[in-house]
Design a protein around this ligand. Structure first.
Ligand SMILES: Nc1ncnc2c1ncn2[C@@H]1O[C@H](COP(=O)(O)OP(=O)(O)OP(=O)(O)O)[C@@H](O)[C@H]1O
Length: 245
């Protein structure tokens, strides 16, 4: 089956610093893939290369069969790459429903306002925000805010959703709710690639884990395999990954 996304030898250099070097991987349809690694490993830079925020210094990126290496953020979004944070951050004065409506209008040009509004109601139902639809975005709690990020990204009708540390700052019970939300996104047919530092979340959510260190892929495989890998433990300065928070 054609992967949803395929990165071939992606690299990004900032002046003298090689932030990402020769990274290759793919994401299968319906897969949840985690990208982990110590601080400065290149995870966020990689996500920026995938979403189109950065142009690679070398390498190529495919969405399905399409080479999107030189496409903009918007172009990739319209081909099915959704990112929480990708569009502008939520408009704080607008309601939750209005914010998701904007996502729907942005993701599919030509969408009629009436249809975008209807789609937004459906997404608020799916993401557990329906009771807060008329609240201003700035009145949401952190967990509701994360839900709004996911709802806005889903409004662009992605085939692959990119999430950058969406669990950060959540209490453990809230993180479990967020895990359930991401699972439900996958169950609706959307692949997910997420960066995460909280290891229990990675363990519970990821079908496969890519470990980055110093811009390169250090290990790749199921959670239990990569976390036992001595090279991975050593990259985390000897801290067992079960204790990394
Ligand atoms: N815009 C930039 N200009 C220059 N250097 C950058 C830029 N963005 C990132 N870097 C550098 O690239 C390296 C990788 O950074 P990146 O943020 O991708 O790592 P990370 O794995 O996401 O780290 P963290 O887990 O701390 O967020 C770091 O050395 C960082 O200082």
């Amino acid at each position: 089956m054609t992967p949803v996304l395929r990165a071939e030898q992606l690299s990004k250099r900032f002046g003298g610093l090689q932030a990402v070097q020769g990274v290759s991987f793919s994401v299968a349809p319906g897969e949840i893939l985690a990208v982990i690694g110590p601080n400065g490993a290149g995870k966020t830079t990689l996500l920026n290369l995938l979403s189109g925020l950065y142009r690679p210094s070398a390498g190529r990126l495919f969405l399905g069969d399409r080479d999107v290496t030189s496409l903009s953020v918007e172009g990739r979004c319209r081909l099915g790459l959704g990112r929480a944070f990708q569009i502008v951050r939520p408009f704080p004065e607008m309601t939750v429903h209005e914010n998701v409506t904007v996502g729907a209008l942005f993701g599919t040009p030509g969408t009629r306002l009436h249809d975008a509004r209807a789609q937004a109601w459906t997404l608020l139902e799916r993401t557990g925000l329906i009771a807060h639809a008329e609240k201003a975005a700035h009145d949401l709690t952190l967990l509701q805010d994360k839900r709004l990020e996911v709802a806005r990204a889903l409004a662009t009708r992605p085939r692959l959703l990119l999430l950058d540390e969406v669990m950060a700052g959540l209490r453990p019970t809230e993180a479990q709710e967020a895990v359930a939300l991401v699972r439900s996104v996958r169950d609706s047919g959307v692949s997910v690639l997420f960066i995460e530092h909280i290891m229990p979340v990675v363990r519970d959510l990821a079908d496969r884990v890519i470990v980055m260190d110093q811009g390169q892929v250090l290990a790749e495989g199921p959670y239990h395999d990569v976390t036992q890998d001595p090279r991975v433990v050593s990259a985390y300065l000897g801290t067992p990954l079960t204790e990394v928070t």
